[in-house]
Design a protein around this ligand. Sequence first.
Ligand SMILES: *Cc1c(COP(=O)(O)O)cnc(C)c1O
Length: 360
Amino acid sequence: MSRATCATIHLGALRDNLRRLRELAGDARIMAVVKADGYGHGLERVARMLAEADAFGVACIADGQRLRAAGIRQRIVVLSGIDEAADIGEMHRLGLESTIHHASQIDWLAADRNPRPLKVWLKIDSGMHRLGFAAADVAGARARLRTLPNVDRDIGLMTHFANSDVIGDAQTMAQIECFQRIASDMPGAQTLSNSAAVLGWPQARGQWIRPGGLLYGISVATGTSGADFGFRPAMTLSSKLVAINRIAKGEPIGYAATWTCPEDMDIGVVQIGYGDGYPRSAASGTPLLVNGRRAAIVGRVSMDLITVDLRGHDDARVGDPVILWGPQLPVEEIAAHAGTIGYELTCGMTRRVRFLEDMD
Ligand SMILES: *Cc1c(COP(=O)(O)O)cnc(C)c1O
């Protein structure tokens, strides 16, 4: 028998989420961000369902290769751009676009003899201080790119927000102002907004929005889930009960004995663990659904199994279905219990998890 742990991808949800973004985007075009294997949902599968996206954003050229091999024809932007001079030829071959965030990338382009122009997006560091040209260096970088015959003269302008999930946050306001100050006298399409900014910062739409998480129905704003904004979770993680054991009052459960039974009680054992990508940091009390009803993890998450408090679940039997997250149990809620965000959880599914699809 194969392992019970499954990630079911709801294809209809992906399509509906893109539509919902279209409603929110106004006139802006949508660069659907599908990095990290479509936030763990499966790159090709996601791209096929997002056929109406205007472009895709990926983290690396390898993702672009996979998308082209799958027959995806849209524009594809590699969000961190070329990593070495040798990448330029492959970018051309696949028709990929490069973010340019560092002078070293311009040096590689200047030395390249490929006659065809590469389409580029100039990345401005408006305050996140990860990738991008500092405000004072943007005009110079752009001027240098404009002298290169192998760079398309129509250069896009990009920036990324550090804190846009906090609505009204002063840092985002300052980043928007910084970007607009630099970009106002430069021609070229502008792209600023990740998912949270699409929700919270309508003045930052630009010509292109770059949502990732909301495509998968996931919100990163503390205390919210994608459903609060009209989005549908695109992944259900499920497994089943493989044992139910009666354990006596005072007995400890699991590694390091972090939880003790307060009374004689049934402990369920579910076939999932951190070896599947379920977070080990999920503490006792983290919810899950047994036969569709809430129960809670007790004790440590181990590699292959978790243990569950089955008080109030007298009808539970070995083989019964368990849902770890999905439309009835937001991944954001599990993430909060594990000290992380929903993105990290869906990205973290390991190779032994079986992926299924449904049309929902
Ligand atoms: C990941 C990423 C996005 C998408 O962010 P979400 O929060 O998932 O919407 C947009 N732009 C860049 C540069 C990114 O790295």
